[in-house]
Design a protein around this ligand. Structure first.
Ligand code: ADP
Ligand code: MG
Ligand code: MG
Length: 352
């Protein structure tokens, strides 16, 4: 009998549409010849309001690629489709908050059904840029100088705010990057060059998240490494992203033609190896499992490699960096999806 794979996509985040594209690519891979005799796909679509759709509606979103919002379904957000009880292994491919951050992973853990990717701790640590940086620092990984602040410091106290800005200016200087701690796709991120821009960016970031991080800006090449495995993970070749915009912002990420991927990145061998080592250390530092894409700044002028972030559910469309890095490293897309499901099952057996 075939293993029933609960493909969980959509979700309550700004990356809803990317998630649909990722799920379509994964469904396609599960239907490929070498997988179709092993796996049966059960699609579960989480609407933007959080309501779960199974069966025909989920199938329709998967087939068309277009988000739907069924208003009649909205009042009862917590009723899971009965089909959820028949899943053998979950494949959550939800990006950002309420999907990549440990919330869904907690739910799936409670269901006692194995799932692809990191558990609660790895997902939550990977999502929160402050928690992530603390874990990286503990592991001895070099990173940019940063400062963590809260929404309360930005909003509630008019005496504290100017002092806070003074500190940021003297510790980090300009340009610096202001980011909500728990988002992705560059949403809410600003590169600031003056006191006025800093104040506005902090206020804006506070509208997205209670937790805010400010980082010293670096001039660097942006390189990424894919990691696959559980306790003995492997690192892929390195990829590079280039673009003409000021930084790798939302528009650059999601407008065709504004950014280019280069695989493999043209780097000295020693640097490429260092990046792979650091990617594996980062994976372990946050307790990731299954998959992660680890992103770096390579400061060519000094030869320095700084870790930027880890993404525990990276973009997984046919043209996304993660599957492309593995494709180049000798793991074609259908095999990658198969390996991830097997890793989920393996992890479950070990923790029993
Ligand atoms: P996200 O999780 O939304 O991708 P990142 O922290 O990766 O957020 O930041 C998005 C982009 O902003 C990066 O890819 C890079 O182009 C730019 N950026 C972020 N932090 C810095 C920094 N400290 N120095 C230079 N560029 C940065
Ligand atoms: Mg990210
Ligand atoms: Mg990023």
């Amino acid at each position: 009998t075939k293993l029933r794979v609960g493909l969980l996509f959509g979700g309550r985040s700004g990356e809803h549409e990317v998630s649909i594209s990722s799920a379509r690519a994964i469904a396609n891979a599960l239907s490929a010849e070498q997988n179709s005799s092993k796996y049966e796909i059960l699609p579960f679509y989480i609407q933007k309001d959080g309501f779960w759709q199974a069966g025909e509606v989920a199938q329709q979103v998967l087939a068309s690629g277009a988000a739907i919002q069924n208003p009649a379904a909205s009042p009862n957000l917590w009723q899971f489709p009965p089909a959820a009880q028949t899943v053998d292994v979950w494949f959550p491919i939800l990006h950002g908050p309420n999907g990549e951050d440990g919330t869904i992973q907690g739910l799936l853990s409670l269901m006692q059904v194995p799932f692809v990717g990191s558990g609660v701790l790895g997902s939550a640590t990977g999502m929160d840029k402050i928690g992530m940086k603390v874990a990286f620092a503990q592991a001895g990984l070099p990173q940019v100088k940063y400062k963590a602040v809260t929404r309360a410091q930005v909003w509630s106290n008019p005496c504290v705010f100017p002092k806070l800005c003074d500190e940021i200016e003297s510790d980090l200087g300009y340009p610096c990057f202001v980011k909500p701690a728990n988002l992705g796709s560059s949403v809410g991120i600003a590169k600031v060059r003056s006191r006025q821009e800093l104040e506005a960016a902090l206020d804006n970031a506070a509208s997205y998240d209670r937790r805010i991080i400010i980082e010293a800006g670096v001039v660097a090449r942006e390189v990424e490494c894919a990691v696959l495995g559980n306790d003995q993970p492997q690192a892929s070749v390195i990829g590079e992203i280039t673009y003409k915009s000021d930084f790798y912002d939302y528009e650059t990420k999601y407008t065709a033609g504004l950014a280019d991927l280069f695989i493999p990145a043209v780097l000295p061998d020693a640097i490429a190896h260092q990046i792979q080592d650091m990617a594996l250390q980062a994976f372990a530092a946050v307790d990731a499992a299954g998959l992660a894409r680890v992103d770096f700044f390579y400061v060519e002028s000094t030869g320095e490699v700084l870790i930027n972030e880890i993404n525990t559910l990276p973009g997984f469309t046919a043209t996304s960096m993660y599957p492309q890095l593995w494709g180049y490293s000798g793991v074609p897309f259908p095999e990658l999806v198969d390996r991830l499901i097997q890793l989920a099952l393996e992890r479950d057996t070990v923790t029993e």
